[in-house]
Design a protein around this ligand. Structure first.
Ligand code: FMN
Length: 400
């Protein structure tokens, strides 16, 4: 499946461009987010309006949006957004441009600035395809790591018959699925994430809880799944649906239940991330029935709960990575650094409620990631999905 994959679909000036509409649909049907970039020649074959309607997003083909207003489209951002840049159809001209690093169209500038892998699905007449220049261009691109989806043989638009037809949309989508599965950087990695709040019973209906929404933990799960990891979430009570593609979602209520589930699974994991806001203490004697108003105690005796992150840190093998979150109400740098050391974690992610839009029950967050070797990375206020990408990328970069 292409769930959560971000595919930038490049369309160039081939008659096969009519199939790109079906391709965009097919990629989306399999779960991908699709953005479209077209060359000027492609616009003669299929309208941007068709692709914009199908993808529910504007189509990019030019550097400037409005010459009078001086607004322009950022090709660098688009390149960085994508998990893969799929050029389908790819003309002989575009293949040559890619080889030479040309940048005189928006699509080519995106190609040069994208950090994601590039895949091409060539489409052209049989002689153009068989020409040594085209074959040499494809060989050069292949050597550079560009994925080549071979064209098919059959009747061509020219009336001739031979190899040069762009692969069918279903075949291209299958190819992308297999390729993502084989090349995902977190392929084969097992990730355990705790998420959400815990609820510590006072009586049969009342509890001590906190305002954690689970959004950050679930966003972390999505980011790991997108990179191919097998993700298990141990989740306190939240109003969120299970991320698509999650391997196991264990629902718990109390800190003790979360601790038991988290410790049971830790040994077989490659990465464990403690995002949940686990209660630090719980009532010593919860009542099994609902207390009436007059029966409510004046004070509630508390006892500490077990420390999931600290226990992971103690049990950790050298091959395992443990990540903690520190939520502070002040700036929090010193306490995040001391928590990193005392819990024997590899990364500590600091988020502070003192920053507007960060912390609990928001859709955005602002984090600083501390590494055990002393490095730290401060990020801007972003959506929790983007913050999760930043955290996962930091973990990946540090361990590659
Ligand atoms: C009707 C028509 C069909 C074309 N089909 C193809 C094609 O399938 N493959 C190809 O490489 N070029 C084809 N071309 C030529 C390209 O459109 C031309 O080389 C153009 O410069 C490609 O620009 P681009 O790669 O920037 O989109 C076709 C041209 C026309 C007029």
């Amino acid at each position: 499946m292409l769930h959560e994959k971000r595919i930038l679909l490049g369309i160039t000036g081939s008659i096969a461009a009519y199939k790109s509409a079906l391709l965009a649909r097919e990629l989306q049907r399999r779960g991908a987010s699709v953005r479209v970039v077209m060359t000027k020649a492609a616009v003669d074959f299929i309208t941007p309006l068709t692709l914009a309607t199908l993808t529910n997003h504007r189509v990019y083909s030019d550097f400037t949006e409005s010459e009078e207003r001086g607004t322009w489209t950022n090709h660098v951002d688009l390149g960085l957004w994508a998990d893969a840049f799929l050029i389908a159809p790819a003309t002989a001209q575009t293949l040559s441009n890619l080889v030479h690093g040309a940048s005189d169209s928006f699509l080519l500038a995106v190609h040069l600035s994208s950090r994601c892998p590039v895949v091409v699905a060539p489409a052209m007449d049989l002689d153009m395809f068989a020409h040594p220049a085209t074959q040499q261009n494809l060989a050069t691109l292949s050597k550079r790591g560009v994925g080549i989806i071979e064209p098919e043989s059959g009747p061509l638009a020219s009336g001739l018959e031979g190899k040069g037809r762009m692969a069918e949309p279903g075949h291209i989508a299958n190819w992308m699925e297999t390729w993502f599965a084989a090349s995902a950087p977190m392929n084969g990695k097992k990730v355990l994430i705790t998420a959400g709040p815990t609820q510590e019973p006072i009586d049969a209906v009342r509890f001590i809880g906190n305002r954690s929404s689970g959004k950050m933990g679930y966003a972390m799960a999505n980011a790991f799944i997108r990179l191919g990891a097998e993700v298990t979430i141990i989740s306190g009570p939240v109003q969120l649906s299970a991320p698509k593609g999650v391997h196991e979602l264990v629902k718990v209520q109390t800190a003790q239940e979360m601790y038991d589930a988290a410790l049971l699974r830790f040994e077989s994991m490659d990465i464990a991330v403690a995002v949940a806001a686990v209660a630090d203490a719980r009532p010593v004697k919860p009542h099994s029935v609902k207390l009436h108003k007059a029966e409510l105690p004046k004070s509630i005796e508390l006892e500490p709960t077990l420390d999931i992150l600290g226990s992971w840190g103690q049990l950790k093998k050298t091959s395992q990575i443990v990540v903690g979150f520190a939520l502070e109400t002040d700036q929090g740098t010193a306490s995040a650094q001391s928590k990193l050391a005392s819990k024997n974690a590899d990364f500590m992610v600091l988020n502070s409620t003192s920053v507007s839009g960060a912390g609990f029950d928001t859709d955005t967050n602002q984090v600083t990631i501390f590494e055990k070797d002393g490095n730290s990375h401060k990020f801007d206020l972003k959506s929790k999905a983007e913050v999760a990408d930043d955290i996962v990328r930091t973990i990946l970069n540090t361990n590659n």
